[in-house]
Every structure is written in structure tokens, then in C-alpha cells.
Write a protein that binds this ligand. Sequence first.
Ligand SMILES: [Zn+2]
Length: 73
Amino acid sequence: MEVTKLKECYVVTDILCDVCGESCKKDDDVFEYATLDQRWGYYSNKDGEYSKQHICESCTDKIMAFIESIRKK
Ligand SMILES: [Zn+2]
């Protein structure tokens, strides 16, 4: 026999783009986004820093175009 109790918890209701602020929600519980994780270690100038950005599809396209434009040919 299982003994249960009601337990409240936080759930993700939306994800906002860290660039433009727009919602990445496409449908109930469906989110479309890219992430940029930064984890810096001892040999960097940012030792111990960590951050994670959520980026919507539109901003991801712009960022990828920028990366492509500066990529060494
Ligand atoms: Zn965006």
C-alpha cells in the first residue's frame, strides 16, 4: 500500500529569451530555445563563473549569422 500526501513544487511555466525577452513557449509545456552555458575554470580569467542563457529561435538565428560572419575563412 502506498501512503501519499499532497506535495507542492515549482514547475516551469515559461522560458523567456535572455536576449529579447520574448517567450520561448510554443504550446502547453512545449518550449523551443537554445542554451548558452558558460563554465569557466582555473585557466581562464573568469575562474568559477557559471551562467546559462536561454535564447529563442529568432535570436539564435541572428547569433549564428554573427558567428558565421566572424568565422575564419
Ligand atoms: Zn530572443
